[in-house]
Design a protein around this ligand. Structure first.
Ligand code: FUC
Length: 819
């Protein structure tokens, strides 16, 4: 009888696992094998795991967000200051290569080039006799944040579920079998950490303890502790020297706790043992079902805020890896929805308040020497990670980045003072958990002094969405400090007389005219960043009613920055001189920062620059690495060209290794630079949002870049826009918005730009007139460009839009329907 009941329950469970084709699940008919990029990620922002779903020996690869090589350190090069005048002279004389050589010696760090985000190890579960199996299935359920594996050996169905519990801060593995007493396995750790020791305690716990490695002269001092405890239903638990052995159980729940001694970038005084035990002691008495319920509800608080429906076709019936292979040749709109929501899932799982920001790999890494150290590259990658945060209604997930920027604003003061003799703070093109600010890798890449300037935009962006003045106060010192650095560092260009940053570079690219050196002065992206840094500080000072004199100085300096240039190939110039190569295909198109994420180039306000930016995008082409494709989705959305944006989504959703240019996607839908880099996932999620809604350009625009493939019908709900607006829902049909419901949280004018005429459900809808009075939508005027005689500027051919003004009240909801 018991057996029949068990089998019945299993039938029900398995039935629940089967697919409906609009499910938000990644699923597969085969295990991961040895391929990490086939495994499925779970994480709670602190602990994380990659679940392989292998049958006879399961691997659950474990991470903890503060397990990094090294210890508190700084990496400034104090020689910079004495050589600054000489480097500047060389740059202005056109001797870039010589300047670069000198900078390699005096600007680039002679200490750490950044520390590495490190793995903890792996928990293995080995099942004797499970070599032969049938009915294999595994999935990652994005709606619940649960990874599942099931298969059959003989007539027994085995299932495993893995969660990284949000409320309980432990990773939990739940194992069951359809026949009582048939669960038998060994659990043991392995680790690539050379100093780690694994043990079995008298209390039958499996522990791993270690200290991270030294790297580049910095002593490894992060102590980590992992404790695994198993709770059985039926059966027995015994131990050998290295393994825990489960015999004849009906079910087992494995609780894995991991903690470190990390308190903050400057303090390793925590007690990793006490922390790991306390998480575990709190979690262990709880039943799996209760933990699962609490986990799902904590996760869904974030995840469920946004719903996207682009339609479903039969293509969605196949496993995820097959859909990836097919995506370019079939119509599978639900795959875009899945990828979109996966971006949100990954951000929720890798970036939680109180934790570290998502690294180049989020919070998932199995290598002791990961690519680019799996740290923070802040000349695009880290910023891109956070593009979806505000607009896809995950502002809490922005918090770890905001905290990091505030910390860099402290550590970076010394760097600014000692290396460049300025006030304020700065960072070069990389940072890590120790909040280093020095230049790394080589002057060609690492001299770039604008990491602080770009990152500080995120502090301001968070304010534009939440309108919270108290929050603004808390970040004002960082905003002001970023501006102070530039106020002191800018110098007059001897030929053009604009104020420029020198030495500088346009990230990682070099014009042939400069002998292959990237070093220059007054590069376009930096002019745009400084423009934004100054504008934000001026605005913030005004809102908080302080620092009037400083704001006046910034205003004056801002008016002396170089304007953008349109060059001989009708392109937006990357450098002050017209030295761009129209055949340059470089993945960084940094000067289009002004188009996105900044907003200095607009179809409606700056048509010439907009056309030039389009020419630049076309000249650079589509082929690229993962993150660069992600950025291009956003740019083509800003170009109001949904079909081209969709083309880039197609390129990105191509199995890695099959695209010219290399970029694409792994089977677990991780973005491939290659190697795996999570920025492309986040960049594309942001880009898909920008195709459906934008709120940067002085209005809230709906369906700015809807591609033909999504025209017929669709809906989205829960997006957030600047000025505290929330798109409660939007439905479209045949390319027209048929209904839009918008909530105003802060009041103020809601200026809507629509692809078709609308009316208000109640009240009269007014056509927009004059500037948008809503301060969150005010835009600093972009100075007119300087245009080469050789440039041919074709004015943009813009589709007609309909622009309305709705005076809103905080807390009220406004409904518009198609006219
Ligand atoms: C920058 C990029 C590379 C890579 C690295 C992490 O250096 O140019 O493509 O994304 O960051």
């Amino acid at each position: 009888m018991k057996q029949i009941l068990f089998s019945f329950l299993y039938f029900v469970t398995i039935a629940c696992y089967s697919q409906s084709n609009s499910d938000l699940k990644l699923w597969y008919n085969q295990p991961s094998g040895n391929v990490w990029e086939n495994a499925l990620p779970v994480g709670n922002g602190f602990q994380a795991a990659m679940v392989y779903g292998n049958v006879d020996t399961e691997t659950i690869q474990l991470n903890e967000g503060t397990v990094w090589s090294g210890s508190p350190n700084r990496n400034d090069n104090p020689l910079a200051l004495d050589s600054l005048a000489e480097i500047r002279k060389l740059v202005f004389e056109g001797k870039q290569k010589q300047a670069e050589k000198l900078a390699d010696r005096v600007i680039i760090s002679k200490k750490s080039h950044g520390q590495m985000f490190e793995p903890v190890g792996e928990l293995h579960l080995s099942f004797n006799g499970h070599e032969k199996y049938s009915d294999y299935y595994r999935e990652l359920d994005l709606e619940k944040a649960v990874a599942k594996t099931s298969y059959k050996v003989g007539d027994v169905i085995y299932t495993r579920q893995v969660i990284a519990s949000f409320p309980d801060r432990v990773v939990v593995v739940r194992l069951t079998a359809s026949k009582p007493g048939s669960l038998l396995f060994n659990a043991f750790y392995s680790t690539p950490q050379p100093a780690a020791q694994t043990k079995i305690t008298a209390a039958k716990e499996l522990t791993i303890a270690g200290t991270t490695i030294d790297h580049e002269g910095v002593k490894g001092m992060v102590k980590f502790k992992g404790i695994t405890r198993i709770k059985l239903e039926g059966g027995t638990l015994s131990a050998t020297d290295t393994s825990l052995i489960v015999s004849n159980a009906n079910a087992a729940t494995i609780y894995i706790s991991i903690a470190t001694n990390f308190n903050n970038y400057n303090d390793l005084g925590g007690d990793e043992n006490a922390r790991a035990s306390s998480y575990l002691d709190k979690a262990f008495p709880k039943e799996y079902d209760d933990m699962l319920k609490a986990h799902i509800s904590a996760y869904q608080k974030f995840f469920k805020r946004v719903k996207l429906d682009l339609g479903v076709t039969d293509a969605a019936k196949l496993p995820t890896d097959e859909r990836l292979k097919n995506f370019n040749s079939v119509n599978d709109p639900q795959f875009v929805t899945l990828y979109y929501q996966y971006g949100r899932y990954l951000l929720i799982s890798s970036s939680q308040p109180g934790g570290q920001p998502a690294t180049l790999q989020g919070i998932w890494n199995n290598k002791m020497y990961p690519p680019w150290d799996s740290k923070y590259t802040i000349n695009i990658n880290t910023e891109m990670n956070y593009w979806p945060a505000e607009k896809t209604n995950l502002p809490e997930m922005h918090e770890p980045l905001i905290k990091m920027v505030k910390e860099l604003a402290v550590t970076g003061q010394k760097t600014a003072r000692n290396m460049y003799s300025t006030r304020g703070w700065m960072a070069h093109h990389n940072t890590d958990i120790w909040r280093i600010n020095g230049g790394v890798d080589g002057a060609f890449w690492g001299l770039w002094p604008n990491g602080g300037g770009w990152l500080s935009q995120h502090l301001w962006e968070h304010y534009l969405y939440n309108g919270d003045k108290k929050y603004l106060e808390s970040v004002y010192p960082a905003l002001k400090g970023a501006a102070m650095f530039y106020a002191d560092y800018l110098i007059e260009h001897p030929k053009y007389h604009w104020l420029v940053v020198c030495p500088d570079e346009s990230p990682e690219n070099a014009p042939a005219a400069h002998d292959g050196s990237s070093i220059d002065a007054g590069v376009t992206m930096t002019n745009q960043i400084v423009f934004d840094v100054f504008s934000n500080a001026i605005e913030a000072a005004k809102i908080l009613n302080r620092d009037q004199a400083f704001a006046d100085t910034l205003q004056h300096k801002r008016s002396r920055l170089a304007p953008m240039h349109i060059g001989q190939y009708s392109q937006l110039q990357e450098w002050l001189d017209d030295v761009d190569d129209p055949n340059d295909k470089h993945r960084h198109i940094s000067h289009l920062y002004g188009l996105f994420p900044s907003n200095q180039i607009s179809p409606y306000r700056t048509p010439e620059l907009y056309s030039a930016a389009k020419n630049t995008l076309l000249q650079r082409g589509d082929v690229s690495t993962g993150w660069s494709m992600g950025w291009k989705v956003n740019w083509w959305a800003k170009m109001l060209d949904g079909n081209h944006a969709y083309k880039l989504i197609q390129n990105q959703l191509t199995p890695v290794g099959t695209n010219e240019g290399g970029g694409g996607t792994y089977n677990n839908l991780f973005d491939a630079h290659p190697p795996f880099q999570i920025d492309g996932n986040f960049g594309c999620t942001s880009g898909i949002t920008e195709m459906l809604m934008q709120s940067e350009d002085g209005d809230l625009q709906l369906l700015p870049a809807l591609p033909d493939v999504w025209q017929s019908a669709g809906s989205i709900s829960g997006l957030r826009a600047r000025g505290g607006f929330e798109l409660i829902s939007m439905e479209w049909k045949d390319g027209k918005v048929v209904k839009a419901v918008i909530k105003s949280r802060l009041g103020g004018n809601l200026r809507l730009r629509m692809p078709n005429e609308m009316k208000q459900e109640s009240g009269i809808l007014k056509n927009a007139s004059g500037d948008n009075a809503n301060p969150f939508y005010s835009i600093e005027k972009t100075p007119p460009p300087i245009i080469s005689d050789k440039a041919v500027i074709t004015p943009p051919d813009l589709k007609q839009t309909f622009v309305y003004d709705i005076p809103t009240q905080a807390g009220k909801i406004y409904t518009l329907i198609v006219k």
